[in-house]
Design a protein around this ligand. Structure first.
Ligand SMILES: NC(=O)C1=CN([C@@H]2O[C@H](COP(=O)(O)OP(=O)(O)OC[C@H]3O[C@@H](n4cnc5c(N)ncnc54)[C@H](OP(=O)(O)O)[C@@H]3O)[C@@H](O)[C@H]2O)C=CC1
Ligand SMILES: O=C(CO)COP(=O)(O)O
Length: 431
């Protein structure tokens, strides 16, 4: 099994990428796509490589010959803010990336790289950098925010004096500490007049920097804002889909971090594919159950921001949440794991928020509660996992067949005759 450190080596040492110019990188990537596309036709209808090539090339040429005139600010110089700002600049938008550290800004201007978070990737020449928050935000069409959830409210308060008609789009996949507020809630609190949206999907920043085809979702009640975000970021390598279910899209991005930690932990125990599939699918059940209680549409969880992002983060060591889980599974404490990671892992706070909220409101979230017990109550992981497996009979997809209470009664009956008082208590907690 690869260790978190091994994966960091992969991430940081892609020197061949650095030495290539942007057109060279695009050409070699295109060649790779064309080669894979033509191979995929073997044994069936053969694809004509030149047709694929000309259609992709036409798409790229169109994008670059029609640069949108959108003026964009991206706040947050971590991996995701940088990756998204780079996409927008490459699409021809007038784009400024705000970074809080003055020295980092100087270094970025000089090297056109983000040495701390994306060290191997040359950023687009047209991307501008600034340490001046007011100047970055003023006179922009859209302000994208990609700071950690714990810094989101403070960032909004700081930009509030300079907001006069700009739209705000949150790229953050977290929750506020202790308030259970999502980023859209914080925007409504701090800037009640503003037009806003949230963007979320399976978007591992490094893969985006490598131009690996990816997709995301912009959710907003405002159709013009949805279209503007699509125009700003859409390219041959990055598709932007639209939704009007803000809550559902945002919760998909925030909740999946919990299960990425669980899956990282499971991987440290070398579990099989059946087990991973069970965790992933029951995680999706928990996410949609929780989402519905919060007013989201359960079908949203079947989209890119739900199952899409859940899959990406639960299966990749590029996910920081997954790496936290792996470290926990190997016996490290949560504090030590967070320190070693040195980057944002929103799931660490989200587990606590969701555990508390679900307990208070009686929402059935067994995986979240189990993970909380292991991380914060020092319960043995294997014992907790066994206990989870012994939980009562339930229906598979609750929106197809509602949970059957006669099964719950049967389970309770079996437990009373077989199990210990502790099990009884836990079972009752879960109803
Ligand atoms: N990375 C990814 O693949 C993806 C991340 N996201 C989400 O984007 C958000 C940001 O993540 P990401 O970019 O990866 O995080 P990183 O850990 O890579 O970077 C965090 C950035 O935020 C800055 N920052 C921290 N605190 C503050 C503050 N109080 N005020 C201003 N800036 C601050 C950090 O600055 P400094 O370096 O000075 O500490 C750093 O530039 C998260 O919610 C994450 O879930 C979404 C999709 C994909
Ligand atoms: O949200 C992400 C990918 O979609 C990034 O996940 P991590 O924050 O776990 O790295």
């Amino acid at each position: 099994m690869t260790s978190p450190n091994d994966s960091n080596k992969d991430i940081g040492n892609d020197d061949s990428e650095m030495s290539k110019s942007a057109p060279e990188k695009q050409n070699s990537l295109l060649a790779g796509i064309i080669e894979r596309a033509s191979k995929s036709g073997i044994g069936r209808k053969k694809l004509n490589p030149s047709a694929v090539e000309s259609s992709v090339a036409k798409n790229m040429a169109e994008i670059h010959s029609r640069p949108t005139k959108l003026r964009l600010a991206f706040l947050g110089g971590g991996s995701f803010g940088t990756a998204m700002a780079n996409l927008a600049a490459r699409n021809g938008c007038d784009t400024t990336l705000w970074v809080r550290n003055k020295r980092t800004v100087k270094a970025m201007i000089k090297t056109q790289t983000n040495k701390k978070y994306l060290p191997s990737y040359k950023l687009d020449d047209r991307l501008k950098y600034s340490h001046d928050l007011a100047a970055t935000v003023k006179d922009k069409d859209i302000v994208f925010i990609a700071v950690p959830g714990l810094a989101f409210r403070e960032t909004l308060k700081n930009i509030a004096p300079f907001i006069s008609g700009q739209s705000i789009v949150s790229l953050t996949k977290g929750m506020e500490k202790d308030t259970f507020a999502l980023m859209s809630d914080i925007i409504k609190d701090e800037l009640p007049e503003v037009n806003f949206g949230v963007m979320s999907g399976p978007n591992l920043a490094i893969e985006i920097m490598k131009n690996m085809p990816s997709a995301t979702v912009i959710a907003s009640e405002s159709e013009p804002l949805r279209h503007a975000v699509q125009a700003a970021l859409h390219s041959a390598f990055f598709r932007v889909f639209a939704s009007d279910d803000v809550k559902g899209v945002e919760l998909g991005g925030a909740l999946k971090n919990i299960y990425a930690i669980a899956m990282g932990m499971a991987s440290a125990y070398d579990v099989g594919e059946n087990t991973k599939a069970m965790i992933l699918t029951r995680a999706l059940a928990e996410m949609s159950r929780f989402g519905v209680e919060a007013g989201a549409n359960p079908l949203t969880f079947l989209g890119l921001s739900g199952v899409g992002d859940l899959y990406a983060t639960c299966s990749s060591e590029l996910s920081r949440n997954y790496r936290i889980g792996t470290m926990l599974g190997r016996g490290m404490s949560i504090d030590a794991a967070v320190k070693k990671l040195g980057q944002t892992a929103e799931g660490v706070n989200t587990i606590q928020q969701v555990h508390e909220k679900a307990t208070k409101e009686g929402i059935y979230m067994p995986i979240t509660h189990a993970l909380y017990a292991v991380i914060y109550e020092d319960k043995a992981a294997l014992g907790v996992a066994l206990h989870l497996m012994e939980a009562g009979f339930r229906s598979d997809v609750e929106f197809v067949m509602a949970h059957d209470h006669s099964n719950a009664a049967l389970t309770a009956h079996m437990k009373t005759s077989n199990n210990s008082p502790d099990d009884k208590k836990d079972d009752a907690d879960h109803k």
